[in-house]
Design a protein around this ligand. Structure first.
Ligand SMILES: *Cc1c(COP(=O)(O)O)cnc(C)c1O
Length: 341
């Protein structure tokens, strides 16, 4: 297979249209067989449920080339399960989890020429998503749906090393108690846009959202979960029903326990105790871990001891171990790596 001529190391995080995408339709109570198609555009009725009442969910994962030349992706079964949870919460039909994984494999195979080569730092971002497609004007779930997957090559998240970020404690809330914060739904992102644009205008990279009920506990950012390292080398990560269950965070917890022999605490984390941690990071598929150097809470600066120059030593060890597993340098736990080609 001939690779496309792209400047792999200089790709940004943007949309590049590729040759193929997967589409399956749900009608009369069942999913069709699905197929790989070439048309990147979708024609829908003006009254489709997705346009009127935002009935749409998505997932995000990556395919990449390992050191020994295979194309793989990381724990797609967990994306399938999470998308099923998202679908149930928005009264959408579940796209069967085994077929989700097969469709990811098929879509990546059909776009193998776009999977960046090993060593470029770039990856193929995979975006499964689903939406209500038939006209809906009374507020109710749609009867017809489309499940699709497109892919787009994306560049290395950090060019020239990961610099610690400065973030702010947000005055906006991301997710209500008993709301939809734990599912990957477009609606959670629509309402976070004003908060992130405002934070960027003020010079911050991200928002730290607190629990809306008491505003004393750390939840997450708009698109990544928090991990903290204590001064005595424990991994602490916030536990809350309104946090999106990050697959990266769950994998890091496993790596900390089983590869690095660290103690892990998944519990409520008070904003008040953040000043006592040694390191802080944001975790998600895009960057794996982005280090945080400073958290600004209404003028009060919480500076993590690691400073603003580089990732803290424990965060770095977690990062190196997880990316080592992903790239095939370290042995992966059973079922973590799905070989595509
Ligand atoms: C997708 C997402 C994450 C990260 O999840 P991963 O599975 O690790 O990519 C974290 N928080 C939110 C709100 C998200 O939407």
């Amino acid at each position: 297979m001939e690779k496309k001529q792209l400047d792999w190391s200089n790709l940004g995080f943007g949309y590049i249209e590729t040759d193929a995408r997967f589409v399956s339709a749900y009608k009369d109570g069942k999913w069709d067989d699905g197929a790989i198609v070439t048309d990147a555009n979708i024609v829908l009725n003006e009254c489709a449920g997705v346009f009127q009442y935002a009935q749409t969910i998505f997932e995000g994962l990556k395919a990449y080339t390992t050191e020994d030349g295979h194309i793989v992706c990381f724990r797609p079964d967990l994306n399938a399960a999470r998308m099923a949870d998202s679908a149930r919460r928005l009264e959408m039909p579940v796209f069967p989890e085994d077929r989700f994984v097969e469709a990811v494999v098929e879509t990546v195979k059909a776009n193998a020429a776009y999977v960046p080569p090993f060593g470029s730092g770039a990856t193929l971002y995979i975006r499964p998503y689903m939406m209500g497609t038939n006209p809906v004007i009374g507020v109710k779930p749609a009867d017809e749906y489309m499940f699709r997957i497109f892919v787009t090559p994306v560049g290395p998240y950090f060019k020239g090393g990961a610099k610690p970020l400065t973030i702010k404690v947000s005055d906006f809330d991301r997710a209500a108690p008993h709301g939809t914060g734990h599912i990957k739904a477009g609606l959670n992102y629509a309402m976070s846009l004003h908060a992130i644009v405002t934070a960027h205008e003020e010079g911050y990279a991200e928002n730290m959202y607190l629990d809306p009920q008491t505003r004393t506990k750390v939840e997450e950012t708009g698109g990544a979960n928090f991990i903290f390292i204590t001064k005595d080398n424990k991994l602490v990560t916030p536990k809350s029903d309104s946090i999106l269950p990050s697959i990266t965070r769950r994998s890091l917890v496993y790596v900390a326990k089983h590869y690095l022999g660290m103690e892990v605490e998944e519990r409520e984390v008070l904003l008040e105790e953040v000043k006592d941690f040694a390191e802080c990071g944001l975790c998600g598929t895009a960057a794996v871990i982005s280090p945080v150097g400073k958290i600004v809470d209404h003028g009060n600066e919480i500076c993590l001891p690691g400073g603003m120059d580089e990732m803290g030593p424990v965060t770095k060890k977690l990062y190196d171990t997880l990316t080592g597993i992903q790239m095939g340098r370290l042995e992966a736990p059973e079922g973590w790596i799905k070989t595509i080609l």
